[in-house]
Ligand binder design. Structure first.
Ligand SMILES: Nc1ncnc2c1ncn2[C@@H]1O[C@H](COP(=O)(O)OP(=O)(O)OP(=O)(O)O)[C@@H](O)[C@H]1O
Ligand SMILES: [Mg+2]
Length: 319
């Protein structure tokens, strides 16, 4: 399958200062990620809080620049495109964020929120813009009259539909969905996920789906990458990850979920705390929490090993 998104050895380090006088510290949010997202799939990225999922999504969209590495969109290297040349790609790649309460401007009408990008990216008459907004709102289950209301007049689920409409009105090929339903009630979650699946088919989209929730991955995704402290520990088809997991980290995530597939919302919690990305463990990043750790795991960072075509794991148990 052709890749829509390709990422090569991507790194993103943030510099932070604890105080005015202290030396800056480096947060290694993403630390050497390579992956390909085939056209038309739902590619899930899972991992605990702080593992770098959102940063990965934002670097792929070029909302932030990587420290090093490359991002390709539809075969084109977009890593070092200037903003002028990036315009053409901006409308093709959009994001829907977790929090529908903060992501919509509170004092703008829905028609202006949804239509803003249209004015920037397309030369359209006012009438055409109106029609496009009306059309896309209907696609997400809202109505024409909603154009003239403000965000506070809508429920969380409806707000998320507005955010989805705002992304889709530009006719993108690729969406980053960053925990798009985790702020919603369970019943609303299910409907929003079903809508996202329907829209993916109708609009020929490819999704990078970021989530904590493996039940959601089970429902939505065909491909899964398991992230830990800025690296991909295991990547494969959904069946590889759910039925043939190799990495002890993946196994611990799956064990923390008693009812994958039964629609329960459970957070993934392996034992112990995730170490700080400012002070990464030597050797395998996961060894400090791994029940199967051997001597070598504290000394040497394992290389990626191919378990079967498309199924990769970064663990000394397999090297
Ligand atoms: N702008 C920033 N400046 C400094 N550090 C940052 C910045 N953005 C993210 N980080 C740090 O990078 C690491 C990864 O953050 P990121 O938000 O990508 O994780 P995440 O997997 O999306 O977590 P969550 O599940 O909580 O959303 C964290 O330690 C975070 O504190
Ligand atoms: Mg995040």
């Amino acid at each position: 399958m052709e890749a829509l998104i390709k990422v090569e050895n991507l790194k993103k380090y943030f510099e932070i200062k604890k105080s005015m006088l202290s030396k800056p510290l480096q947060v290694k949010a993403i630390n050497g990620i390579s992956l390909e997202i085939p056209k038309g799939v739902i590619f899930a990225v899972v991992g605990e809080s702080g593992s770098g999922k959102s940063t990965l999504g934002r670097v792929i969209l070029k909302l932030i620049d990587p420290t090093s590495g490359k991002v390709f969109f539809d075969g084109q290297d977009i890593t070092s495109l200037k903003s002028k040349d990036m315009i053409k790609y901006r409308k093709q790649m959009q994001i829907v964020q977790q929090d529908p309460y903060n992501s919509l401007h509170p004092r703008k009408l829905i028609k202006d929120i949804v239509g803003e990008g249209l004015k920037i990216h397309y030369k359209l008459s006012a009438e055409e813009i109106y029609l496009r907004i009306k059309e896309i709102l209907e696609c997400v289950g809202l109505r024409e009259e909603h154009m003239f209301r403000y965000p506070h007049e809508f429920s969380g689920g409806q707000r998320q539909r507005i955010a989805i409409a705002r992304a889709l009105v530009l006719r993108p090929k690729f969406l980053v969905l960053d925990e798009p339903t985790s702020a919603l009630d369970v019943s609303v979650q299910a409907r929003t996920l079903a809508l996202l699946c329907e829209l993916k088919e109708n609009f020929d989209l490819t999704y990078l789906f970021i989530t904590h929730n493996l039940a959601v991955v089970d429902y939505m995704a065909s491909h899964v990458a398991v992230m830990y402290l800025g690296k991909i520990m295991e990547i494969g088809s959904k069946d590889d990850i759910f039925f043939r997991p190799k990495h002890p980290y993946t196994v611990s995530l799956l064990e923390a979920i008693p009812s994958v597939g039964k629609g329960k919302r459970v957070r993934m919690i392996p034992r112990g705390e995730i170490p700080s990305p400012v002070n990464l463990p030597k050797g395998c990043l996961f060894h400090t929490r791994c029940v199967q750790a051997k001597d070598i795991c504290a000394k040497k960072d394992p290389q990626e090993v191919e378990i079967s075509p498309g199924h990769m794991c970064r663990c000394h148990l397999y090297s």
